[in-house]
Ligand binder design. Structure first.
Ligand code: ADP
Ligand code: ZN
Ligand code: ZN
Length: 732
């Protein structure tokens, strides 16, 4: 008899699959999970094929353990996409599939929704006179609520009836528990809530008509400044989709999933909505995943990883703020969720809309070259005016905690008029370095090539790269002097200085340090909106997706560090930040003002941005990218490697360079640069080097990497060195 063999992808860092014997009473499905013995462990893997042949002697194959799914976990389209992602991003298939599953499924939990816990009245419960429960009002309330029929445990809790109350009632024999499978809702019937909708302007109407004209795959760039009505376009696009009972997948940046965003969808549609983000616990995540798969949810809003949610009946994908850096995953499977979302839309044959005020240069290139449809909203909906902006040349000026006198004067004026002021500084802590005034010694992290940041609040020196921290020393590590000075300005210092400069106004600081506690960011944002603070200081975090109508002055106080960065994307990010904040400053009755502090007011990039706008900036920047052979005109991959021995790391990358250069695909259109020390050449005691590969197309890049990877894995040093491949890296 020919054996039946399951070929299984396992979550192990190996680019291969493993064969197991299927027992006669087992019925695994391709795309479904199985449990298998692997060494001494039991692993959960995905069946990739069922076959009669193995490259191994059949007698040595182990039998499958438990078959966990009798049907595939993903639709064929999504399963194919995951396979593609594994191959394109050079990440093992088993790990990729494991990454795309909720943790509980990775652990073998059943892939079906938990039954709902419900409560119902017993006969004695029915007969209880409520008046007799005067002293136990909650019990009376629960009994009363249940008289209309059974209710879920969650619904009762939401009504302020505690689990203890329910337990007591159960003990008295007045109520009893029952389990119910969740039933599907046919939301298409009654999807609209009848919220009053604004009358669309011509551009919005045109955008909506363009997308609706074609229900098949097409990719649209919807470009429009903040407040131009993009979200209103999304809401309109959802209507026909939901009305026909299909689902909408909406991706938002990590910080964009605010209650305001979610509420706009809730207010408009009477459709079950789930959110998927890093704040969910394992069972919430599984529930959301299942709700998508089983068509229990009509709207799925989530951050990056929500892209992998299986959807029974997908009708449209929207990627909001498509330029946002959080769409790129920076470890394990280093995918770009926006790019994969476009692939998914193609596989599932649905339209996809990429929305932004400041599209990524890659996206803009695709739109202007005709690959994507280009839709634009050029007016701010309502009557808000565009903000005034200008540069402050700070050359030779005295800076008080990074603030020039002209800026301080403008701040005074805006504050005196009862408005709020917002300052951006992308540097946490009190100061980015501590220096000895006597001998010039700098407090340096012992494990990294970096200076310690001084955090005054905690009285500590902290390394922002390896998270080492130690108390602020009293004396210089070199000469013993006590003359230690903080150099440079971070957000903590700025906050302190502002309290002195503006004692009559309240200052709030929004950065990773001040918002570490869960919920604290939301609390601060609320307080800002209520006007409890007049001066807002923040890192990038504050710029994203928040709208404060009373902020009329915005300043980026250190533009130069972005203008002169090593990363070729730094200027693009600066431009995006500038447009984002400019778009949010002021409102109809209060024109906004945006001021940039720089030592280089003549810089061509600043000039284009300030006087011609983002599109001109982007055109210039794209021209430069083309001349410099940079994305989107070429495709990059970064090979990173690190170990305790610097020479070994360099040698390893040198060998990889050799492998690439010898490749049959390598020609005059491809380039390999390095090995070079990484921007942070040493981190946590390990030396870091990198090698940059450049190719004229995705296809060639992919071929180069796919041919080289097995050869790299065979290098003796590959086992001693930590290394990774980042395809289309966002940070160089
Ligand atoms: P964006 O998503 O581009 O920031 P929104 O869709 O949030 O823009 O629109 C900004 C504000 O203008 C919202 O309060 C929205 O309700 C309102 N708005 C959008 N479109 C219109 C319109 N056509 N007429 C009047 N108000 C509109
Ligand atoms: Zn010293
Ligand atoms: Zn360090």
């Amino acid at each position: 008899m020919t054996p039946n063999i399951a070929r299984v992808a396992l979550p192990v860092p190996l680019d291969k699959q493993f064969d197991y014997l299927i027992k006669p009473d087992q019925f695994p499905a391709v795309g479904g999970r199985v449990q298998v013995p692997f060494g001494r462990q039991q692993l959960v893997g995905i069946v990739m094929a069922i076959t009669q042949h193995s490259d191994f002697p059949v007698a040595q194959l182990k039998p499958l353990g438990k078959v966990l799914d009798t049907a595939p976990l993903w639709s064929p389209a999504l399963f194919k996409l995951l396979g593609w992602a594994s191959s394109y991003y050079q990440y093992p298939l088993g790990d990729t599939l494991a990454n795309a599953m909720p943790a509980l499924l990775r652990k073998g939990r059943e892939a079906s929704p938990a039954a709902l816990k419900m409560w119902q009245l017993t006969e004695t419960g029915h007969d209880q006179p409520l008046a007799a429960l005067k002293r136990a009002p909650r019990q009376a309330q629960a009994l009363n609520a249940l008289r209309a029929g059974s209710l879920s445990h969650e619904a009762l809790l939401a009504d302020d009836i505690s689990a203890a109350t329910l337990k007591t009632l159960q003990g008295k024999g007045w109520i009893s528990e029952l389990e119910q499978q969740p039933v599907g809702v046919d939301w298409g019937k009654n999807y609209a809530l009848g919220e009053e909708k604004p009358r669309l302007n011509d551009e919005q109407a045109l955008a909506i008509a363009s997308v609706n004209a074609n229900p098949d795959f097409a990719c649209y760039l919807l470009e429009g400044v903040t407040g131009s009505g993009k979200t209103e376009v999304y809401l309109n696009l959802l209507e026909p989709v939901l009305a026909s009972g299909r689902q909408a997948l909406i991706l938002v940046p990590e910080i964009g999933l605010t209650p305001q965003t979610i509420n706009r969808f809730r207010r408009r549609f009477n459709v079950p909505l789930v959110t998927i983000h890093s704040g969910l616990n394992d069972s919430e995540r599984l529930a959301a995943w299942l709700a998508g798969r089983d068509n229990q949810a009509g709207i799925i809003i989530g951050t990056r990883s929500a892209l992998f949610t299986p959807l029974a009946n997908l009708g449209i994908i929207i990627v909001d703020e498509e330029h946002d850096g959080s769409y790129k995953q920076q470890d394990s499977l280093r995918y770009h969720a926006r790019d994969l979302a476009v692939m998914r839309a193609r596989e599932e044959n649905v339209p996809i809309i990429l929305g932004s005020a400041t599209p990524a240069l890659e996206t803009l290139h695709n739109a202007t070259s005709g690959k994507y449809h280009y839709l634009r909203l050029t007016r701010r909906a309502g009557v808000a005016q565009n903000a005034r902006h200008g540069v402050l040349d700070v050359k030779g000026l005295y800076l008080e905690a990074g603030l020039s006198a002209p800026l301080i004067a403008r701040m005074r004026q805006h504050l005196a008029e009862g408005n709020q002021v917002m300052l951006f500084l992308n540097r946490r802590g009190y100061s980015p370095a501590v220096i000895c005034h006597e001998c010039g010694w700098l407090a340096e992290c012992k494990r990294c090539d970096a200076y310690y940041t001084f955090h005054q609040q905690s009285g500590e020196l902290r390394c922002h790269h390896c998270a080492t921290q130690r108390p602020m020393p009293r004396q210089c590590g070199n000469c013993g002097s006590t003359q230690l000075h903080a150099v440079g300005v971070g957000t903590e210092q700025l906050e302190q200085q502002l309290a002195t400069l503006f004692p009559d106004y309240k200052t709030v600081r929004i950065d990773r340090d001040s918002t570490r506690r869960k919920g604290s960011l939301e609390n601060y944002l609320e307080a800002i909106r209520r006007g409890e603070y007049q001066i807002l200081i923040g890192t990038q975090m504050l710029a994203k997706g928040h709208h404060f109508p009373d902020v009329t002055l915005v300043s980026l106080i250190d533009v130069d560090s972005a203008l002169f960065s090593n990363d070729f994307r730094a200027s693009e990010r600066l431009a995006q930040l500038f447009i984002q904040v400019a778009g949010r400053a002021g409102r109809a009755s209060k024109p906004g003002e945006v001021l940039l502090q720089t030592h280089h007011p003549e810089h061509s990039l600043l000039q284009a941005l300030l006087y011609k706008g983002y599109d001109h900036f982007a055109t210039d920047a794209l021209r430069e990218r083309k001349q410099a052979w940079l994305p989107p005109y070429t495709y990059l991959a970064l090979i990173r490697a690190e170990a305790n021995d610097s020479a070994q790391v360099e040698q390893f990358l040198q060998q990889i360079r050799g492998i690439f250069s010898a490749s049959p695909v390598f020609d005059q259109d491809t380039l390999v640069m390095g090995p070079n020390p990484a921007p942070l050449a040493r981190r946590a005691g390990r030396y870091r080097w990198q090698l940059l590969l450049q190719a004229p197309s995705r296809k060639v890049l992919h071929q180069l990497l796919s041919i080289a990877k097995p050869a790299i894995a065979l290098l003796p040093l590959a086992k001693k060195i930590r290394w990774s491949i980042d395809v289309e890296p966002q940070d160089l």
